[in-house]
Design a protein around this ligand. Structure first.
Ligand code: ZN
Length: 652
């Protein structure tokens, strides 16, 4: 473990605390996603001039990698120490007492380990879930190995629930002990504490003790073989089906991130993968995100996911005290032999957190196997952590957005209605593949939930590639907004240039058919799948000189109507939007607008609002309608054509 200390001498203890917390947080082999906690004890003078000793301890919801001074909760040390002397304390009492002992009511809730931090009689206390140490403790003779590595320099604590129970346990075990002889505390199956009155020393002890564990693993030859180089197999349709089954089990749409890195593929090839992967998590702290075990897929993923859910319900029944409510039984990750490892999440962020945890977990499992066998905590301990209210509280209870977990594909996404659709879908929680001919699409949105793909929708191979890339990235497809189009130059039938005609038919009609055809097998495995065709008012109210455009758009509309008939049985809805006079797009420059307005003898303002409601129609409003069509409001509607044009006499 590398010592990253690079600071000049600092006087402010809290600033130093922030600095070393971040050093710990940036190393994923020490802590992952909100894991671990740190503290500093500071003497302050309060507003009444009284001296007060405060514990600044990591606040719940903060991540060590990015923590700031505001992420530390100031709690009166004396109160925390008194709490440790209570014989019993419920979780809710602990949280309430800790909050009431804070000197800043706006600070976050103190870490669940605040009492333990208070008990350790040193200014700085550092706690991590270091991979190497947790790996060694997750083996048959883990405690013996820890003793062999550290001798009496560390205190070894058997696993107990974090929070008050752990603090009590450590209080008991340290009665009469000379703290000066200790360099750290090892918590079996959980992690490690180091401490010192000096911030640097406490940090360096962490690095030192973790390095000793890493050296031990090297010396024991517990090293994983280099990963296989074999190209993974791929089955995108099966992936979409797996995502659908997991989403249905969860009762909500999920993103499925498929990891085909050599390390993951190699793990799926392990001859005992079904056994070693299903013994339990690396540290119980992970269980709220990953559940105790992943699902192992095989010949029949649908059945295997159903069996997993049944087994989860039984696990709940075996362990509940009768007062708890069962969480959904869907797996959070899946081992898919020879194909990869899939992580599921309601958002990309959630799926990526699970994916990071699984990277560390599969490595630890393989190392522990070399060390005589991966052995995790008993099921009942893991269950207690999974259903511990203080852990569940970490996940937050924010209401989910209407299209959360849904996967959409939008064409013509770099500008105008297409771009507005991407932004509206994103605002409603969807994950989106944004396709456009313009290569700027790849960097236009700059968000993990929006994948920009350069694609010429008039080339069949490009459509296939883009759709496959979408499935490979997100695991499926639920919403297709077929929008890419082109205004053809005004030409009468008599003067029609064949190129004008052909290119309008290719882009405004044929590309929609090819895209729909390519997407249909995946939409059939989507969650409440919906297709939205962006057509035109011209279908119902064509104008002279616009045959190339109007005929293609009429064909696109007819395609969508037939699609509604054909795809209904697959659960796919197909609806059509007919926008008109949407002027906030790239093609409608001020110059073009002025020219067109003049042509009709109108001012630009009159031209823009030349409809029954005398209102202007924006891209954003078209996108809002498209999102509604993709969501529950239109769940009972298919084959509908909805104009959004401010009202048009010729259409009505
Ligand atoms: Zn911990």
């Amino acid at each position: 473990m590398k010592n990253l200390w690079n600071a000049k001498a600092q006087n402010d203890p809290l600033a130093l605390r922030v600095y070393t917390s971040r050093l710990l947080g940036q190393e994923s082999a020490l802590v992952l996603h909100g894991g671990g906690n740190t503290s500093v004890k500071v003497n302050t003078t309060n507003i009444f001039g009284e001296t007060e000793e405060l514990l600044y301890v990591k606040g719940s919801g903060w991540d060590l990698a990015t923590i700031e001074a505001a992420g530390f909760a100031p709690v009166k040390l004396e109160v925390l120490k008194k709490m440790a002397r209570l014989s019993q304390l419920s979780d809710s009492e602990m949280v309430r007492l800790q909050r009431s002992a804070m000197t800043d009511p706006n600070a976050p809730n103190p870490s669940v380990e605040a009492i333990l931090h208070a008990l350790i009689p040193f200014k700085y206390v550092d706690h991590t879930h270091a991979d190497s140490i947790v790996t060694i403790t997750n083996t048959e003779i883990g405690e013996q190995r820890i003793r062999q590595i550290y001798g009496n320099r560390v205190l070894i604590i058997p696993f107990v629930m974090p929070g008050f129970i752990l603090a009590k346990k450590i209080d008991e075990m340290t009665q009469g002990i000379d703290w000066a002889t200790l360099e750290g505390i090892i918590l079996m199956n959980h992690g490690i504490f180091t401490f010192s009155d000096d911030a640097k020393k406490s940090y360096e002890r962490m690095i030192q003790l973790v390095t000793e564990a890493e050296n031990y693993l090297q010396a024991q030859n517990a090293i994983i073989a280099p990963p296989l180089k074999a190209a993974p197999k791929e089955n995108l349709l099966a992936l979409a089906q797996i995502r659908k089954s997991v989403s249905e089990t969860k009762g909500a749409a999920m993103i499925a991130i498929m990891d085909t890195a050599p390390e993951s593929i190699s793990f799926t090839h392990h001859p005992q993968v079904a056994s070693i992967a299903t013994r339990g998590p690396l540290t119980p702290d992970h269980v709220i995100r990953t559940k105790p075990i992943p699902v192992i897929l095989g010949e029949n993923p649908e059945e295997e996911i159903a069996n997993y859910a049944n087994a989860y319900c039984k696990y709940f029944e075996r362990n509940t005290n009768g007062q708890l409510t069962q969480l959904n039984p869907a797996p959070c990750w899946a081992i898919w032999p020879e194909l990869g490892i899939i992580s599921f999440g309601r958002t990309i962020k959630e799926a990526n957190i699970i994916s990071d945890i699984k990277d560390h977990t599969i490595q630890a499992i393989q190392i522990a196997e070399k060390l005589g066998g991966w052995k995790t905590l008993p099921e009942s301990d893991i269950f207690d952590m999974e259903y511990w209210e203080l852990e569940q509280a970490k996940l937050g209870k924010g209401a989910s957005l209407p299209l959360q977990g849904k996967i959409a594909l939008v064409t013509g996404a770099a500008s105008g209605i297409g771009r507005a659709c991407v932004e509206a879908l994103h605002a409603q929680g969807a994950t989106i593949a944004a396709l456009d001919l313009n290569p700027t699409i790849t960097t236009l949105f700059g968000k993990k939930e929006i994948l920009g793909i350069t694609c010429d929708v008039t080339i069949d191979e490009e459509i296939s590639k883009a759709v496959e890339t979408t499935i490979r990235h997100f695991g499926g497809l639920d919403i297709l907004i077929s929008n890419a189009g082109l205004f053809s130059p005004s030409q009468t039938i008599a003067e029609m240039n064949p190129k004008t005609w052909d290119s309008s038919i290719a882009i405004n009609l044929t590309s929609h058919q090819r895209l729909l055809q390519t997407c249909t097998p995946y939409l059939a495995k989507g969650i409440e799948a919906a297709v939205i065709m962006i057509a035109s008012k011209n279908v119902m109210a064509p104008g002279p000189g616009a045959s190339a455009y109007s005929v293609a758009k009429a064909g696109q509309t007819q395609l969508a109507r037939v699609a509604a008939l054909e795809l209904g049985a697959l659960g796919i809805r197909v609806n059509i939007i007919h926008p008109n006079a949407v002027f906030d797009t790239g093609i409608w420059t001020t110059e073009v607008l002025e020219k067109r307005a003049k042509h009709y003898g109108l001012t630009v303002e009159e031209y823009k609002t030349n409809n029954i409601l005398k209102t202007e129609v924006t891209s954003k409003e078209v996108a809002t309608l498209a999102c509604a069509m993709a969501g529950p409001i239109f769940s009972k509607t298919t084959g509908a054509q909805v104009p959004i044009d401010g009202g048009n006499e010729r259409v009505i």
